[in-house]
Design a protein around this ligand. Structure first.
Ligand SMILES: Cc1cc2nc3c(=O)[nH]c(=O)nc-3n(C[C@H](O)[C@H](O)[C@H](O)COP(=O)(O)OP(=O)(O)OC[C@H]3O[C@@H](n4cnc5c(N)ncnc54)[C@H](O)[C@@H]3O)c2cc1C
Length: 415
């Protein structure tokens, strides 16, 4: 089977790894001329840990652990309280056992696939046009001018996919706005920085966080929920605007936020990786059309609020590869694409259900709401500090999805 994958983020290379195991010939086009080392902390949990274990990559994931010792909160005077330290073999913290930066995970997956004889990466290349998608093949024109035919096209180029737009009608793709905005970037580490994920709730529905990374720098994040229609309009426009517009808005909105806001604002224009995002989910009425299928954020971005985008991308890639591995040689992939969706969609829909009050609770607007949240966190941190508190491991953590077993993906020796 000849497969074209668009996007070398998390989902694309994971799928390539499993497809190569079954003897498929894989080409991956990636817009960026080099693998994007960017992105902040992502969680690998539940069945996704099992998939990474099957790939033999868990030791690499552990080696690039961000070194975060736990999560704690910062009060209005800048003093830490309510610590949730990571405990080995137990989930009692917002910091996960497999804490890794998105860019580092993308690098691990790229390294694990780039030298495979059946996997070809075309960096700095995109799909210019999907010329046809019919019973016999899917034909595409690439940005390098080549026209090629494949048995299957997998679109895994993220939430704002252009290829998805070409292959699926706009009414089949729903964008669900969560009314929340984030900006993050990397800043130099100071001697006073520590290895905690420090979370500060400013008033006015603003949050600032600082986290360590394994590269000697600090990852900064601002997040905000607009309090009124005027503010919402400004943030919506900035999310579609250029970097200067976004930085100007952050300077205006976070100048009086307190704690380390000024340090972060001063470092913003020097950052190599400034990233501003409106928090939105993607929901598609159907993930495939004949020989084209969507995977990962392209099909079902759940938002960082769920902490599950990367795990869904990894598990989705495994299920898609597994269903494709059951086809007879030369068989049309439609049956496998439907089985992938039937198997995985119920879990995706469950994960995408975010109670509407969650973002608002995490972004207290007034002093009394912040007091309620801080009192709750303080109490919770004391409860989980007890030895008897049931934790569970990241892998043992029941994500509600029973990972299917695919015989051909279990075979040894082809990687
Ligand atoms: C730069 C970046 C930073 C991120 N930071 C975070 C973060 O801090 N926290 C978090 O929870 N999630 C972050 N994410 C999202 C997170 O990676 C995904 O939610 C999740 O891992 C699912 O992965 P994915 O492979 O489906 O999509 P992605 O990881 O988004 O990968 C998509 C890939 O497709 C490439 N691409 C885009 N357009 C095209 C095109 N036209 N043709 C070919 N390739 C294309 C992109 O460069 C990227 O490599 C980030 C994504 C990116 C791209």
């Amino acid at each position: 089977m000849r497969v074209l994958i668009s996007g070398a983020g998390i989902a694309g290379p994971t799928l390539a790894w499993f497809l190569a195991k079954t003897g498929a010939k894989v080409t991956i086009v990636e817009k960026s001329p080099r693998l994007l080392p960017y992105g902040q902390n992502i969680d690998i949990k539940g069945s996704a840990v099992t998939v990474m274990r099957k790939m033999g990559l868990l030791d690499e994931v552990r080696r690039l652990n961000t070194t975060e010792q736990g999560t704690r909160f910062i009060d209005s005077r800048g003093r830490p309280f309510a610590p949730f330290p990571v405990k080995e073999g137990s989930i009692t913290s917002f910091t996960s056992e497999f804490e890794i930066l998105r860019g580092d995970l993308a690098g691990i997956l790229y390294k694990a696939t780039k030298d495979h004889q059946d996997v070809e990466y075309l960096l700095g290349t995109t799909i210019k046009e999907v010329i046809s998608n019919d019973n016999d093949s899917v034909k595409v024109e690439l940005s390098n001018g080549e026209v090629q035919e494949f048995d299957l096209l997998v679109i895994a180029d993220g939430q704002w996919s252009k290829a998805r737009k070409q292959c699926f009608p706009s009414e089949s793709v729903k964008l669900v706005d969560k009314d929340m905005y984030v900006a993050y970037w990397t800043i130099p580490r100071l001697p006073s920085d520590d290895n905690w994920w420090n979370v500060y709730h400013a008033l006015g529905s603003r949050v600032i966080t600082l986290r360590p990374d394994p590269h000697g720098t600090i990852r900064a994040m601002f997040s905000l929920m607009p309090c009124n229609a005027t503010q919402k309009k400004a943030w919506q426009e900035a999310s579609r605007g250029d970097k200067q517009t976004q930085e100007d808005l952050l300077r205006r909105e976070f100048a009086d936020a307190g704690w380390q806001a000024q340090r972060l604002l001063d470092s913003m224009d020097q950052a190599p990786d400034f990233y501003f995002q409106a928090i939105q989910q993607i929901r598609m009425s159907k993930w495939s059309s004949s020989r084209v299928v969507c995977l990962g954020d392209t099909a079902y971005a759940p938002t960082p609020l769920t902490g599950a985008g990367t795990s869904l991308a990894i598990i989705g890639a495994y299920v898609l590869a597994g269903e494709l591995s059951k086809l007879m040689p030369g068989e049309h992939p439609a049956k496998a694409l439907e089985a992938y969706e039937r198997t995985f969609r119920p879990h995706v829909e469950e994960v995408q259900k975010i109670p509407s009050f969650v973002p608002a609770i995490a972004h207290p607007a007034s002093a009394w709401k912040r007091w309620v949240l801080q009192t709750f966190l303080s109490t919770l941190s004391r409860i989980v500090a007890f030895r008897w508190f049931p934790g569970g491991t990241a892998e043992g953590n029941d994500d509600g999805f029973k990972l299917p077993l695919y015989t051909r993906l279990e075979e040894k020796g082809s990687q």
